[in-house]
Design a protein around this ligand. Sequence first.
Ligand SMILES: O=P(O)(O)OC[C@H]1O[C@](O)(COP(=O)(O)O)[C@@H](O)[C@@H]1O
Ligand SMILES: [Mg+2]
Ligand SMILES: [Mg+2]
Length: 349
Amino acid sequence: MTGQSLLAFLRSGSFAQKPHAEAISATIGALAQAALEVRKLTTQGALNAGFASSRGSENTDGDIQKDLDVVADSLFLEAIRHVPVALYGSEENTGAILIDPDKPLALAIDPLDGSSNIETNVSIGTIFSILPVTGDPKTEPDLSFLQPGTNQLAAGFFIYGPQLALVLTLGQGTRIFIHSSKYGDFIEAYDSVSVPPQASEFAINVSNYRHWEEPVRQYIDDCFAGAEGPREKDFNMRWIASLVADCYRILIRGGVFLYPADRRKGYGSGRIRLVYEANPIAFLVEQAHGAATDSVNRILEIKPLSLHQRVPLIFGSKSKVERVARYHVDPEMISERSPLFGHRGLFRV
Ligand SMILES: O=P(O)(O)OC[C@H]1O[C@](O)(COP(=O)(O)O)[C@@H](O)[C@@H]1O
Ligand SMILES: [Mg+2]
Ligand SMILES: [Mg+2]
């Protein structure tokens, strides 16, 4: 129901059938409070001392940590200490942190996504995934995060853009709440998001073209070739380099996002992390009638092997994601094309 507040939605019991409904509600409420704090820091920008500065440290994945990455991480960690969360698995920490072994939920989080963009005033966000605890959280804290994404109880992201919004799924569709300073709460703006099936936009970091595998190059070549190429249609390219912002656009306007595996050292599985980036994004996109794969396999069915595992990520309008998969599994798709667009064609120089 558009117009209802997040608080009213969380209290409405509209997902009361789910196990741990109350715990999930409380957790999302706490995350929303922390997101408001992060929002305050982002709106001040460089007026906050140390806002965009690098700490000189790296997270477990080798990314340079910004002060705001670390501040956001501690704000979310503190916020969930008072709700039924047993385990906190964050991009910014090596292993999962045990909060209370008797609680039912595990929270996976990218506290600040797109943080390489902080100082450029581009939308950034916080991505989260809520899972049921499995195994003994005291002896095997990471285990709960090694469940396939199909086990997620809820997922979402906050986006700190022109609007502060929460994109949320509890497995019954995808909703968008926008924060209203007038009402002092997040208000539902879209109660059933549906990725438009037809769109002419693709998002990929083209500077990596020379490192991609052939099927990805072919797919993008065909987009570049436009109306004169095999797709017989012109395309637009968008790349914000902030996953939450690219995802928000695709939820509203359709299109496809690709962060494929490539031949650079360390990029054999792409860049995006499975547990706290790809899985929640895939859950949101599927619940909005889109699709998400690692090129071929459904993201949500991949069993993670570690908390910080990377995965190639392709998501967006279903037919486009399926087309990308066909370029990978169906060589006919490539060989049937006109020689003009083939391996040594005009568009491959
Ligand atoms: O700079 P690249 O290689 O294009 O990567 C951009 C991608 O990296 C990310 O910034 C990774 O997220 P973090 O900022 O949380 O590390 C995504 O938001 C974005 O899609
Ligand atoms: Mg990220
Ligand atoms: Mg991050």
